[in-house]
Design a protein around this ligand. Sequence first.
Ligand SMILES: [Zn+2]
Ligand SMILES: [Zn+2]
Length: 295
Amino acid sequence: MLDYHLHLWPHGERDRQPTLDQVAAYCERAAAAGVHEIALTEHLFRFVQADRLLRGFWDDEPDAALAASMARYWDDHAHADLDAYVDCALAARDAGLPVVVGLEVDYYRGRMDEVAGLLSGYPFDVLLGSVHWLGTWRFDDLSDPVSMAQWPARAVDAVWDEYALAIEELAESGAVDVLAHPDLVKVTGQVPDAPAEWWDRLAEAAAASGLAAEVSSAGWRKPVGEAYPAPGLLERFCARGLGFTTASDAHRLPDVADRAGELAGLLAGAGITTLRSFRGRMPSEVAVTAAVPGP
Ligand SMILES: [Zn+2]
Ligand SMILES: [Zn+2]
């Protein structure tokens, strides 16, 4: 098993200098759950390098409350140094820890070439692609009342439409390797009556761009109470021959390799026998090894 989606810092907490000890503790906890390789994938928007490139992307948002909310969120997050983060991950890898160097890359409409240009200067092993916001609406920020007030004001089908369009553009950009939490838009539990049309679009987008898809336990910790992706979407990914990673999306040590055993059960149920690992953004298939059953 892999845990290819890990953060060093919880939202709402300032970044600290990453240390080898922290990475070693993540590896140890992962190994105890039967996870043999991890990827550090901090959010791009935690770094001053992203701030320099992207600050103000919310300026053309006509909804003043949404724009102000995004500006606050951005200012809370964009303080860490990408060079120090990458250096720490490389040092951990060089020390023999089973870790690869990654990043969780958000989708910025019309800006992915610039983002890819920034990232090309770093020796990443794997880049996750995520849609966390539509325009400037952080539809998955359950702690932000401004963001959550948008849900009842919008039609669920229209939200899923906008999400699928963003995923299509992100996939086509070629800037990332893995589609993270592929159906994150279901996070609050609001799902169209007939989601198949959107599942088809998400699966087609990933397949056309050669992206792997992440199978993530994070959805079990959210109101939707279901892993990402939904069974119907996982089935479509399999039918199109996608590669897969497994992930916890932990933002703190206790969630590292969360429910790895249950993820292994999902893979087995879908007939998935290999996972995709990455070095220098080049994929290779590794056998699914048994995860240790959870408590
Ligand atoms: Zn994410
Ligand atoms: Zn994440």
